[in-house]
Design a protein around this ligand. Sequence first.
Ligand code: PRP
Ligand code: URA
Length: 209
Amino acid sequence: MRNVYEMNHPLIQHKLTLIRDKDTGAKQFRELVKEISTLLAYEVTRDFPLEDVEVETPVCVTKSKIIKGKKVGIVPILRAGLGMVDGFLDLIPAAKVGHVGLYRDPETLEPVEYYCKMPPDISERDLIVVDPMLATGGSARAAIRFIKDRGATNIKFVCLIGCPEGIKALHTEHPDVDIYIASIDEKLNDHAYIVPGLGDAGDRLFGTK
Ligand code: PRP
Ligand code: URA
């Protein structure tokens, strides 16, 4: 697929191995998710346009570059997406944050919306939807549907671990959305968990297992 990017930087891959480990506790898991998110933010912002400005160094006046008037929104899918927000804000501190609350019904595996609060100028912003896991794709598809219904047009989706099933489902419904993934894993199991994956991202972040 044209707009699916796997981020195979060695630092990202190394830290992913640590969060996959079942013996990694919640504190370290949270720290690593934040660090990986910062590295992903670096990659995802590669296409931000630049403009020339004049700056006076201690030596002379010169032309240099700044990011051209971007308005960015970070949109975590609750709960687990919260773990990625600070990593993005470290690099894009002026971004606004919108929240979409969804959980997978354990019986039907369908996403159920329980919260949505977006910045008022959502249609003018480049939105980066974040969630550590892209499994069936149901949550990401629904979250992006909700924010498109509220006026969003320019959307990227960023996750730590995905699988072919989720990528296909998300891309089919939202072909306009670029998908950035730290690792594309093998498959889903019978309980719609990613294999090998890292287990339940929300439970591991917040210690709720
Ligand atoms: C997890 C994860 C995604 C979703 C992915 O959230 O954070 O949002 O599952 O699965 P899907 O692609 O099949 O929809 P979960 O529903 O466990 O809620 P939580 O973040 O509150 O733990
Ligand atoms: N949600 C998770 O947190 N982990 C998975 O493997 C699948 C969905």
